[in-house]
Design a protein around this ligand. Sequence first.
Ligand code: AMP
Length: 589
Amino acid sequence: MKSFVEIGIEGGFLKAIEELGFEKPMPVQEKVIPQLLSDEGNDIVALAQTGTGKTAAFGLPLLQRVNTKNKKTQHVIISPTRELCVQIAEDLKDYSKYNDKIKIVAVFGGASIEHQIKAIKRGAHIISATPGRLLDLIKRRVVDLRNIKTVVLDEADEMLNMGFREDLEAILTDTPKEKQALLFSATMPKEVKKIADKFMNNAIEFTVGKKNAGAENVSHICYSVHAKDRYLALKRIVDFNPNVYGIVFCRTRRETQDVAEKLMQDGYNADALHGDLSQAQRDVVMGKFRVKHISLLVATDVAARGLDVTDLTHVINYNLPDELEIYTHRSGRTGRAGKFGISIIISNLKEKRKISLIEKQIGKKIEHLPVPLGKEICKVQLFHVIDRMQKVAVDSAQIDEFIPEISKKLEWLDRDELIKKFVSVEFNRFTEYYKNTPDLNKPSDERKSRKDRDGGSNRRNTQQGYTRFFLNLGQMDKIRPVDLIGMVNDFTGIRDIEIGEIDIKKTFSFFEVDSKFKDELLTAFNTQTYKGRKVNLEISGKEPAKKSRSSRSDRRNRDGDKPRFKSGRKSSRGSRNSSEKSDRKRYKK
Ligand code: AMP
């Protein structure tokens, strides 16, 4: 393997990359750098994914070939998104830290064009641009590409996917014939080949890694579920992987926002990244994800493009993309920088064919696994707690003085009981949530019949220690679970009453309350009015007053992921007592 000096990198650039920790050229750099530094260098078409070192491969020689005596633009790099375009410019600035006469300007849509025009007028030897904004600047005669030496198309397949073909053709038509052209793409569909054939001469073609292949160190797992169980499956997958740091890919902005909101409500460190957010909002989310304040980024493909994070543990396909090539992009975001990664697909039972097409495309088998059962998840989480406990640093200086008092308080517990209690502090929320949850791998009709068997009939069984009430208010009165919890608080004046399942129907509701408080509730509710209507609360062993209004199916039990509410916590946020929040939301419909 050659060194950077041997392939022609010199002076300040060598020093700068040494400081960045680049010891040896990466394969793409070994190929591209000498071509770009030679006067008769060829055009290049490289099949290379992000993470292979391609920015330095084209960036270093372009910088080294800048003639700082000439103020004109000499090289242009075109990439699909603002994030990538800015990142390329930033990388180039890092490499040219000791050659500060070189001027690099990033131009991209969605930001003030006036500022960018001013920056270009101050001098831009290298422009890093997105296609639309570059074309705009050419039309305004701010940018002139008629004398440029090099044009680089980065992530060409993405640019075409995003509908930039016409813009690219218009830009390339404006460049001189004798320029050197480089095209980088993670995949090589026909449209990319067409651009290469039309605008490049005698291009050297090569592949970094395997052609059209998923990254070597990524394994692929598929969980098949009913479409309606997708979100529950996602939660189980995340809970089954306690150290997950990954991107959850959704198809639409709306789905992205929806999934992220649900995850946040369920107490996960998640956030959304999609095109409906302002650039400033996107920057904040990406910043938080980079520093791992967020461990799950729910994103659309377009929005996630510019994000350069090398240590993702997982990529989760909440939905499969319409175009198979996008799957390669998604999964290529994990397993980088020599690390191992997992790409997970949550697929619908009807998507079998798509999965086998993806297998062909990535040249690898996708492992089909059953969605983890509640019990399996609890086991993983339990050992995760133990692992954390083993590794946690103990600050004796702060704790030691309290130990005698604590020991005294706990002396009635033997070792096993003590361990059980400490572990349960952290672990109970999982057992609580996953207790009685269904096997998502079973067909839903089988699940229902099992539940019916367990329940004995369509009528639900009230949980032990709870009394089930009938209330004459329902969806038509705009009652939501939070309102009901509020009424329990406000009418009785007692906080912290345990509330069990809430079931809000069209014109009435059922809810369970700790039996200790049943008399207080009956007295308190039956003297109240709500929005002008007299409130009527009854114990629901009896049928509701207007029996005919409730169909049998209306009273059917819900699925097994049962919520538990505590009235005093009505507005608490941020805990990870997940079941409460997501299920509470389900009642909102
Ligand atoms: P890229 O494919 O250009 O996005 O680069 C992926 C990552 O590899 C970036 O974080 C670069 O800073 C880093 N990198 C590029 N070239 C080298 C090299 N020769 N040695 C070590 N790291 C590198």
